[in-house]
Design a protein around this ligand. Sequence first.
Ligand code: PEP
Length: 264
Amino acid sequence: MKKLIIANWKMNPPTLKKAKELFSATTNYRLQAKNAEIVIVPPFIYLSELLKIKNSPKQSTLATGQIKLKIGAQNIFWATEGAYTGEISPKMLKDLYVDYAIIGHSERRKYAAETDEMINKKVIAALKESLKVILCVGEPLEIRKKGKKAAMDFVKNQLQKDLKGLKGKLLSNKLIIAYEPIWAIGTGISATPETALETIKYIKKLLITNYQLLTPRVLYGGSVDSKNIKGFLQHNEIDGALVGGASLNAKEFKKIVELTNKIN
Ligand code: PEP
């Protein structure tokens, strides 16, 4: 299966002009290989303009090579429409031809006080609209310090709540899990490939036994860059990476994509 590389721009860059420049620099080159799929996830406000660039016939993007290029959203709301000031629905995103939605990112759990119950409603709403879900789970440092069992229990508990009522066909081909230990996000201290691998294997086992997924896709996220990407992705079980900070530097992101492409 192709490795999935997701660029989470978070609340960057600060202007539309800069967002267009970053998008073009990130995607405007041809890469003739088949081992990667790219998803760019900009702030909501830039989605329409970037989709126009992506779909313009002139743009010689990754999409014109053999690499797939898709666009995602950083969040969604669970209702389709109505009196929910400031929110964006999965239907609105589908209407723009957005394919993916990140749900439950730890920054939203922290700064927007998103609970597992809210995240569960969002996952259900996204799947109803056939948006592909990138569900983020991962333990904080105080839990990791207690050892690997505590970290795995934490993640299991998040999955249990976030995926409540969902399994099998409802999820297959639409659910991607990003294992993102909170202590590794934006800190420059990534998990070791071994820690990522053992947690991802555990998550896959849960997805197969408890959620009847045949071929679960699980990514690693947390201070990924061009220096450490190979260490993670050389393992078959790690299906890709969620890249934050490093995706804001087009050259660095291009290196990550190229290195991913070379992995068999
Ligand atoms: C993220 O945004 O999910 C992330 C992993 O960020 P960073 O790569 O900057 O750690």
